[in-house]
Every structure is written in C-alpha cells, then in structure tokens.
Ligand binder design. Sequence first.
Ligand SMILES: [Zn+2]
Ligand SMILES: [Zn+2]
Length: 252
Amino acid sequence: MASALEQLFLPAECLLCHALLPSADPDRIVCAVCRARWRAVRPPWCERCGQPEPHFGPCRLCASWPDTLGRVRSAVWLDAAARPAVHALKYGALPRIADDLAAGMHALRPATDGTSAAVLVPIPLAPKRLRERGYNQSAMLAAALARRWHMSVAGDLLIRVRETPTQTALTPETRLANVAGAFGLRIDDCGLRIGSQPIKSAIRHPQFPLILVDDVFTTGATLAEAARVLEQAGAARICGVTFARAVIPDFQ
Ligand SMILES: [Zn+2]
Ligand SMILES: [Zn+2]
C-alpha cells in the first residue's frame, strides 16, 4: 500500500541524480549510473570481518567477537556515492530503496546447500526510534534480501531492550561497551519455525545459520553484541551482511 502510493506520487526518476528511470524496472529508484558509482568493498580483507587486511599482526576489529560469529561482509564503502542512499533508507522515509540496496548486496549471499536454510535476522531499532521512523530500516533491507535470496526473515527474534547513545566514539572497544546489554531475544514466544522445528531448537544446528542484517557496519560492535545474545541462546552459526561499511579513520 505505502509502496503503491509512493509510486503514484513520485516521478519515475532516480532518487539520487534525478535522471529518468527506465520503466522496465518499477522496483528500482536508483539508476544504474548511480549504482555503478557505489564502490565495492574488495579483498584483501580479514577473512572473518571483511575489513581491509591490517598491515601488521592479527585483525583487531574482530578479535573480541563471540566465537559463533563468522564471516561478516559489506557491499560498498560508505562514501559520497553511497551515503545518500543509506540516508534515504534511514531518514528519508523511503523504505522502497531497500530493494536497490539489496540488489547491490547480491554478491554477499552466504553459500547454502540443499540441506541448509539460512534465516535473516535484522538488527532491531529501539521502540522509540521505531515509532519516530515508522519502520526499521534493517528489517526493510532483510525483507528485500529475503525476496532475492529466497530465505525467511526472523523479524521478531531480536529486540532492543536498551536505547544506546549515538555512537560517536570510534574505537572498537568503546563501541562494544556502548552496545553491551542492548539486545534481548523473543525466542520462546516469537512463534518462528525453521522447517518443522521451532527456531529455538533449529538454531542449535549449523545447517540453520542466522544472517544478521544491518544497513551500515562501522566497527561491527552492534553485530557482535547481537551475535553474543544469539550465541547464549544456543545459536551454532552466525554471519552478517551490511549494505555499507564506514571508513574508520586511522584504523589498522
Ligand atoms: Zn542516478
Ligand atoms: Zn577481522
């Protein structure tokens, strides 16, 4: 409904550069030229957290992550080309752009074979922010990815139990302290099943990995804290995907 209304009132032009969009792809609101300007995050990177490889020694960014949190990848760098798209999703009341961002995340699809079923878990917003914004941008992203990747979304599994102050400090350690205790789980009463199993027992098996979904990766502290809570509930395998990755100044 919201999408149909948006389509009625928005001209068919690129949200970012205002070039006319080909009518062939009504789900897109970012043109191919703007999408091509998004700068992909590329290897060499830390195999675990996807951060460009440190010059010396082991990666500091993912050293304190919970053991079950494996591979985390981001599609593009959060730079002048990608920032307006993230901003539109988050503050521009344009949840439709999630489809464009999900298209840009195409290459991040974790490999699953015929016997496994991955479940997407969006990072939740605090209730107050959710009321203000009207939607959770990570949930929109997860829903768009679920359509592309033919996966299900566990939208009510993680809940935000504590508001976190805006993260301005940039060291990984400060960020971790900032999000500690931010998440809870509704694993007993969310009613989710994976195949024939309640999610509570399914996630104990590695063939049902959980894929955390967020719009932006900064130091990974938010994903790590969410993974810690899921690990405590017995999750065997967790990975993560984000659309963008912030450039951390002077971080090696
Ligand atoms: Zn454009
Ligand atoms: Zn790392």
